[in-house]
Design a protein around this ligand. Structure first.
Ligand code: SF4
Length: 358
């Protein structure tokens, strides 16, 4: 193990011993961080490959070891109803608890599982928060790979960030354990204020075959997140022939309305062949438009089309009167919308447009 990686090893949180070895140490441990609940023998790693049982103690291998760092528009997460037009300091480590065949960040997320070295830049929480403030960001986003697997770094950074007036955003697949969610706490008193969650499909088959995971915990966690008061937006990547049937999209939209509410923004994203899923075509525009129609028909007020350009794909219209309140070009918010938003209210009809606007 090289020096940088040793610096990043840190005792994990949310684990328990399962069995005691001959010398009295914990031979086997269970990680309680995500819904895989891996039982890990001494010397072995969990499914994400960045948490290892080292002599009966579960360690994270990626504490203070971000591999990807950038300052992004918050719209890129995507969050359209949370501090629009602001910058968010974004980072992620290696590792992921899913193995999506269509992963857009496979080099980051899947490398440790493939036996490649776990590496990055040594940057402890304090340095990350200082860099976020220097960049003029209003928030920190835990993103690029799955933040659940670098929970300890998220927790410590988010706590410091809150103390310095920054918001914290989780961009997640939603497969964490209930204990992990509770550790993040409520938007008001806890660490996380907003999340974009991938709802990748609405069948267990898709989650099992394409992602090596399960749908049920994701659905339960979405409802749990709602009770924590986080600002929540969802993203679905529409993959031709795998998750884009009319029936599946209608079920998904009905779930969002029923469990999370009709004000929950839903981002429909265009698929491009990536990683191991190279034999599916780019999502046709007609599919994206049909999915948006299905979302609206189910009662969702804010349905966006992403990864594609088209008239009105990224604009926010008042859910009550339909007036244009925010216009976007790519990830940029355009100024000069007539009417627009005034203190979080539609300037045309005065109704509250849900979100965190300032
Ligand atoms: S985070 Fe999930 S995948 Fe990784 S070791 Fe823990 S339970 Fe397993």
């Amino acid at each position: 193990m090289d020096e940088a990686r040793l610096d990043a090893v840190h005792e994990a949180r949310l684990w328990k011993p399962l069995a005691t070895g001959a010398a009295g140490q914990n031979a086997k441990v269970q990680c309680r961080l995500c819904s895989h609940f891996c039982a890990i023998e001494d010397g072995e790693r969990g499914i994400c490959a960045v948490r290892q049982n080292q002599g009966g103690t579960l360690n994270t291998l990626v504490y203070s070891l971000p591999s990807a760092i950038s300052v992004d528009p918050v719209e890129k997460k995507p969050l359209y109803h949370f501090l629009p037009g602001s910058r968010t300091f974004s980072f992620g480590t290696m590792g992921c608890n899913m193995s999506c065949s269509f992963c857009q960040n496979a080099q980051l997320s899947q490398s440790p599982r493939l036996g490649r070295p776990v590496n990055g830049h040594i940057l402890p929480p304090q340095a990350l928060v200082d860099a976020a403030l220097e960049s003029g960001s209003k928030s920190i986003s835990y993103t690029y790979s799955e933040p659940t697997v670098f929970f300890e770094l998220v927790e410590d950074t988010a706590r410091l960030a809150r103390g310095r007036g920054l918001k914290n955003i989780l961009v997640t697949n939603g497969f964490m354990s209930p204990e992990c969610l509770d550790a993040f706490g409520t938007a008001q008193d806890g660490l996380i204020q907003a999340a974009n969650v991938d709802l990748k499909a609405f069948t267990e088959t898709f989650y099992k075959d394409q992602c090596g995971a399960r749908l049920a915990p994701v659905l339960a966690n979405l409802a749990h997140m709602r009770t924590l008061g986080w600002w929540l937006e969802l993203t679905t990547l529409l993959i031709p022939g795998l998750n884009d049937s009319r029936a599946e999209l209608a079920e998904m939209a009905a779930f969002i309305v029923r469990e999370l509410g009709p004000d929950t923004p839903w981002h429909l994203s265009r698929f491009h062949p990536a990683y191991r899923l190279l034999d599916k075509p780019v999502t046709p525009t007609e599919t994206l438009l049909l999915a948006r129609e299905i979302g609206h028909a189910a009662g969702l007020k804010y349905v966006y089309i992403g990864n594609a350009s088209g008239v009105g794909f990224g604009e926010t219209r008042c859910g009550a009167c339909g007036a244009l309140v925010l216009e976007r070009e790519g990830f940029q918010v355009r100024g000069g919308v007539p009417g627009g938003l005034s203190g979080g209210h539609c300037s045309s009809c005065g109704v509250v447009v849900p979100g965190v606007w300032s």
